[in-house]
Design a protein around this ligand. Structure first.
Ligand code: TXA
Ligand code: MG
Length: 337
């Protein structure tokens, strides 16, 4: 696994060339996007895509998102682009919105877990786009982390999860991603469109900019209907809990064997009560909380403490996406003090 560190966009093609050649040969490459790092393979090479599942220890029932760098690649993946889908694309691409559309039979079954739909995303990150362009093929890419683990937003995370992985030839590393939370996934096969995963673009923003009616999946009843919606996901290794009121909890408890991941404001309050607490602040507004959450969870996992307590955020707009991740990271376990 070789690391290609990109500090500037100068000579970008030259820097990315070996990694794009590796993709053409059927190897895997970790690449940056504006949401989280992705683990890529040529989407039309089933054997290469199979390596993604092996490297991540990911079940084959969980389909992959295909990444493109221009609209003509979309036509390789789906044969028909309805008017409303076109409007979504015009407004949100390139960007962190993944659309699920009817699949072209040419897309291998392994990519879509046998579904007749395909999830497509056109990232806004410049390095991502140049890389896909050089590969000259759409790239199937899940987040670059072991299955059910916290997504990777830093080089260290990628190394932790894939240190000795033989299928990954290159890691293209730029910086911490702009959004830090995965793309929003919207099912466009039937109108009203349906949010399958809350993510970097809040549902409200889609409604506001398109005027579309958009619904949400309520309760996940079957993996086939909403693949990838596993109860446990984005998880630290340590027992983790949502802590409704960190201040009153810290006042009451005698235990100190925990890390608290919370807002900067809460951190200041907690330190006044117990100056020796181990606290990892995730930020002070909803955007930087989204950006920092995974980084903080991975850091909390490394601290010499037994448990992780995470402060919730308000369930509105981007907060909904953040809470989706926090709920899955903790398997919805709450400390209600
Ligand atoms: O921001 C992101 O979306 C990142 C970056 C790397 O692009 N990717 C990502 O991929 O989060 P992954 O594999 O961690 O999550 C992809 C999810 C699947 O778990 C599944 O829920 C959904 O996308 N998905 C993929 N294909 C689908 C389909 N045909 N129908 C419904 N959901 C699908
Ligand atoms: Mg993932």
């Amino acid at each position: 696994m070789k690391i290609i560190k990109i500090n500037s966009l100068k000579n970008l093609e030259k820097k990315l060339l070996p990694a794009s050649q590796a993709i053409k040969k059927g190897h895997l490459v970790v690449f940056p996007t504006e949401t989280v790092y992705g683990l890529a393979a040529d989407c039309f090479n089933s054997q290469a895509v199979n390596k993604i599942f092996l490297a991540k220890k990911r079940p084959y029932s969980d389909p992959l998102i295909v990444h493109i760098s221009n609209i003509s690649q979309l036509r390789q993946l789906t044969s028909n682009i309805p008017k409303k889908v076109k409007k979504l694309i015009d407004i949100f691409w390139p960007g962190p919105l993944t659309i699920v559309v009817k699949k072209n039979p040419k897309v291998p079954e392994i990519v879509t877990a046998g579904l007749n739909t395909v999830a497509v995303r056109f990232p806004e990150d410049k390095v991502a786009r140049k890389f896909i362009e050089l590969c000259n093929t759409p790239l199937a890419a899940p987040s670059a982390n072991l299955f059910s683990h916290v997504s990777a937003t830093d080089l260290q995370h990628i190394i932790e999860d894939f240190k000795n992985e033989k299928y990954i030839k290159y890691v293209i590393y730029t910086k911490r991603p702009k959004y830090g939370i995965e793309s929003t996934i919207i099912d466009c096969t039937k109108y009203p469109f349906k949010i399958l995963r809350h993510g970097a673009i809040p549902k409200e923003e889609i409604i506001e900019k398109t005027g579309f009616k958009i619904i949400e999946i309520k309760k996940v009843t079957s993996i086939k209907k909403s693949p990838g919606q596993f109860k446990k996901h984005y998880s630290p290794k340590k027992p983790s809990y949502i802590i409704k009121n960190p201040v009153s909890f810290v006042k009451k408890t005698k235990d100190t064997d925990f890390v608290i991941v919370c807002s900067n404001q809460t951190k200041s309050k907690l330190l006044k009560i117990k100056p020796k607490l181990v606290i990892i602040p995730y930020g002070n507004n909803i955007k930087n909380i989204a950006r920092n959450l995974y980084f903080c969870l991975r850091l909390a996992d490394k601290m010499p403490k037994k448990k992780i307590y995470i402060e919730p955020v308000e369930m509105t707009k981007l907060g909904k996406s953040i809470m989706d991740r926090i709920i899955k990271a903790t398997e919805n376990k709450w400390i209600d003090i």
